[in-house]
Design a protein around this ligand. Structure first.
Ligand SMILES: [Zn+2]
Length: 322
């Protein structure tokens, strides 16, 4: 018995020794993309290639989670950066020249290589620069629907190495990072929210807002999925949300206010349309968002465009007695 116990102990110790490094090996639940299909694909010229003359930063967000930015308010583009013993995970880039700077900054300050890159959605302004990090050996993950526009629009960005449908997990440096996609769409049909449970933080680019009106006329817009996404974000109840732009992180309270603004705007535009108002009359009668005139950024720039975008959605999705 004694011998058996000793053997078991020895076997257990051996197993721990073998398992321990593997438990911290970077991994993910996404699926590989056959990159050979897209080898040598045609891309458009990259306007951000030599454009380093912009403000850029890498600042603490919470604990070992940082925020990278390029460009100045209100045209700032941003994404979160997780630093671990096993390397860095970076969300989006937004400028090819700044991506080279950020790679060196992460190496100099944290002695870390970029292991994972998450592409939030297939819009060039957020993904420019991801090619730099893929060329340096990072694994690029996106939602499956991102492939079609990246290839079809000839975007000068990394073709994803791995894709997922609705949910995926990345393990890096002993931390679990969660990727979420709303299949009904929101801002594009390839959007990914990235949750960092240990830091109670989230990347919710373009769909979430931090005391700002949503961008212009809701380009690449899916109304029902946008509301479902905001409901899901509210359920996660994280402390800090980076919205991919501007300066300040959003809170769950900001997302509740945004959801209520968008549902009000939708209800008003639908009701006024049903009253038979034409566009010139309709937009002047919308009151949604007036309460945030001084509190949120963009009342003058965004709100009328918001009404226009919502009108376009509503007009495309209703039919009366005809
Ligand atoms: Zn976008």
């Amino acid at each position: 018995m004694q011998t058996f116990q000793n053997m078991t102990l020895a076997a257990t110790l051996a197993a721990i020794t073998l398992i321990a490094p593997a438990a911290f090996a970077a991994s993910d639940t996404a699926e590989p993309v056959d990159q050979s299909i897209y080898e040598g694909r045609e891309t458009l010229p990259d306007p951000s290639e030599g454009n380093c003359d912009v403000e850029k930063s890498l600042v603490e967000f919470k604990d070992n989670l940082y925020r990278h930015t390029n460009g100045s308010f209100p045209a700032t583009h941003s994404g979160l950066v997780l630093i671990t013993d096993e390397g860095a995970l970076v969300v989006d880039a937004g400028n090819t020249c700044v991506a080279k700077w950020l790679q060196e900054e992460i190496k100099t300050r944290f002695d870390a290589d970029i292991k994972y890159v998450v592409q939030t959605h297939a819009h060039w302004d957020h993904l420019a620069g991801t090619q730099v990090w893929q060329d340096a050996g990072a694994t690029v993950i996106a939602q499956r629907n991102a492939i079609e526009p990246i290839i079809g629009e000839k975007l000068p960005v990394a073709t994803p190495d791995r894709v997922f449908d609705n949910e995926a997990e990345i393990e890096l440096g002993g931390e679990t990072i969660l990727l979420h996609h709303e299949p009904a769409g929101n801002h594009s049909n390839s959007m990914v929210q990235v949750v960092f449970p240990k830091q109670s933080a989230m990347q919710c680019t373009d769909v979430c807002q931090s005391k700002t009106f949503p961008y212009m006329d809701f380009l690449d817009f899916y109304y029902p999925g946008w509301i479902k996404t905001l409901d899901w974000v509210i359920e996660q109840d994280v402390d800090l949300i980076d919205v991919g732009h501007y300066n300040d992180p959003a809170t769950t309270e900001d997302i509740v206010a945004l959801r209520d603004y968008m549902t009000d705007l939708h209800a008003q535009v639908l009701e006024l349309s049903r009253q038979g108002m034409n566009w010139d009359q309709l937009w002047r009668n919308v009151t949604a968002g007036n309460e945030y005139r001084d509190e949120w950024f963009g009342y003058e720039y965004m709100r009328r465009a918001n009404i226009e975008g919502m009108f376009r959605w509503v007009d495309n999705h209703r039919r009366g007695v005809w």
